[in-house]
Each structure stands twice: as C-alpha cells, then as structure tokens.
Design a protein around this ligand. Structure first.
Ligand code: SF4
Length: 66
C-alpha cells in the first residue's frame, strides 16, 4: 500500500507539504510528489489536500493465474 497523488487534481497548494511530519512531499514540475522511502503511510496529508487529490492506493500484486 502507498499514498498517491492524483496529478489531474493536484493544484500544488502545498498544504500537504506543510502537514507531512516526514517531509516526504515536494513539488516537482507543479505537482506534489511523495517520496515513498520517507512516507510513513500515516495519511495525515489526505484530509489536508483542498482538492482531495491524495489517497491510498493498494499495490497490485502479480497473480499466479488462480
Ligand atoms: S502519509 Fe504521512 S508521511 Fe506520507 S506523505 Fe502523507 S503526511 Fe507525509
């Protein structure tokens, strides 16, 4: 599981950056980007986003066909 930011919705307000305790978010080319290596998955940034652009994304697992 990881936290993802919808590039279409992100308005680069910087609210997530201000609230992130791990300093895992930066603005790159006008869009917020999360450093997965720093993110603790706490999710504090999710309600902080004024555009609801941040959320959890379940990782996709490779199937074995069954
Ligand atoms: S989940 Fe927590 S650590 Fe990860 S980017 Fe959001 S506020 Fe930062």
């Amino acid at each position: 599981m990881r936290i993802v930011i919808d590039k279409e919705l992100c308005c680069a307000s910087g609210e997530c950056i201000k609230i992130c305790p791990e300093k895992a978010i930066t603005i790159v080319d006008g869009i917020a980007v999360i450093d997965d290596a720093k993110c603790d998955l706490g999710g504090i940034c999710i309600p902080a986003c004024p555009n609801e652009a941040i959320g959890y994304e379940e990782e996709e697992f490779g199937g074995c066909g069954f």
